[in-house]
Write a protein that binds this ligand. Structure first.
Ligand code: FES
Length: 64
């Protein structure tokens, strides 16, 4: 499914960039190569960021 119709960017591509560290809509858009367009994808990207659980924190070594 397309997240950004103007630039033909799919959910899979957005998720790849989120997994690589993009954590704001601006970062996701830049990483995906989205140039300025209608902007209607921003809300969809924000929703994906909001609905994606954060990376689990590394286990803390209690013995340290
Ligand atoms: S849908 Fe992304 S800029 Fe239009």
């Amino acid at each position: 499914m397309y997240v950004c119709v103007c630039h033909a960017v799919t959910e899979d591509v957005v998720r790849e960039h989120m997994a690589a560290g993009a954590c704001t809509a601006k970062e996701v858009r830049a990483a995906c190569g989205m140039r300025p367009g209608c902007g209607s994808c921003v809300n969809r990207i924000c929703a994906m960021l909001r609905d994606t659980p954060a990376e689990p924190e590394e286990a803390v070594d209690a013995a340290a």
